[in-house]
Design a protein around this ligand. Sequence first.
Ligand code: ATP
Ligand code: MG
Length: 361
Amino acid sequence: MKNIILTGDRPTGKLHLGHYVGSLKQRVELQNKGDFDEMYVMIADAQALTDNADNPEKIRENIIEVALDYLSVGLDPNKITLFIQSAVPELTEFTFYYMNLVTLSRLERNPTVKSEIKQRGYETSLPMGFLTYPVSQTSDITAFKANIVPVGDDQLPMLEQAREIVRSFNNIYGEVLVEPKAMLSDNEVCKRLPGTDGKAKMSKSIGNCIYLSDSEEVVKQKVMNMYTDPTHLKVEDPGHTENNPVFIYLEALCTDNHFVKYLPEYKNLEELKAHYEKGGLGDMKVKRFLNDVLNDVLNPIRQRRKEYEGKIEEVYKILENGSKKARKKASETLKEAKEAMKINYFEDEALINSHIKKYQK
Ligand code: ATP
Ligand code: MG
């Protein structure tokens, strides 16, 4: 079987550290390893409109932001296909057919969608498109016959839903679609990076993010204001590293080399944690170290972003060419699916001939 990778992000804001550790980093590693046949990365504008229908300007402005973030983390349009969801209308057609293979109650049970409905206050005014976005996500994945989907763990229910629809489609119409698998980070804390406020998930829609494009000054300010351990009042108090986003970010990003460079009195994160837990280590010192680590990670990203900011036309061209390529692939799969569903009337000579025979007397 071919290895086909597909992932994407909603253009609801700039990309943040959660995206980086949860998915972008693996995408770049996969891309550079070259151990795949096709790789697609999608800017999910149609999905973003499901909860931003009244704010198209926001989506429009953020397409370029997400594209710049992609290119600045090292995604390479010469190796992979970057595209915009709405520029591949075949995806919408797939969604219409997949809707018949899923029940309303099944959609209402999706735990990620459930918590997002609550977060958006949609309990009494839920847009249908929002409830069905996992179906549209199934289209995005299956139209490319993707088998590998690098994501954060909030996407596991979406992948489960996609597999159910694929099984159901293949059972009824024949083996056309491929069952996808999520690819999660090996590092537990990267699967769902918390926000700077200590809340469960760093998320564009909550506004508790450190963005990949934040300047050194902004990052410093955000780090210094980060939530830590509320029981760690004085330096000598014993502290908690669990549920402490400062330590979680270090867990996600720092290496022993960062200690050699910025904090040589400790060998590694284990030693730093032990000192904090025992007492005698102040939050400011840990935050200053985190700030150094973040700048180490973000500086090359900032630099590449600056280069691409100087060639916006080229970035749009990359998206346009990628979208054409993606559309070609999606329409091939759609053709196969429609054949299997027996809705390819004009291409089915046998059907036409059988009807000629039926009425020829
Ligand atoms: P929104 O709030 O608009 O839904 P988001 O911040 O959740 O935005 P998405 O575009 O929905 O971002 O997610 C894109 C990808 O990034 C998904 O694979 C998702 O699992 C992953 N991701 C998002 N936030 C995090 C996070 N905090 N930790 C790990 N992965 C994340
Ligand atoms: Mg999300």
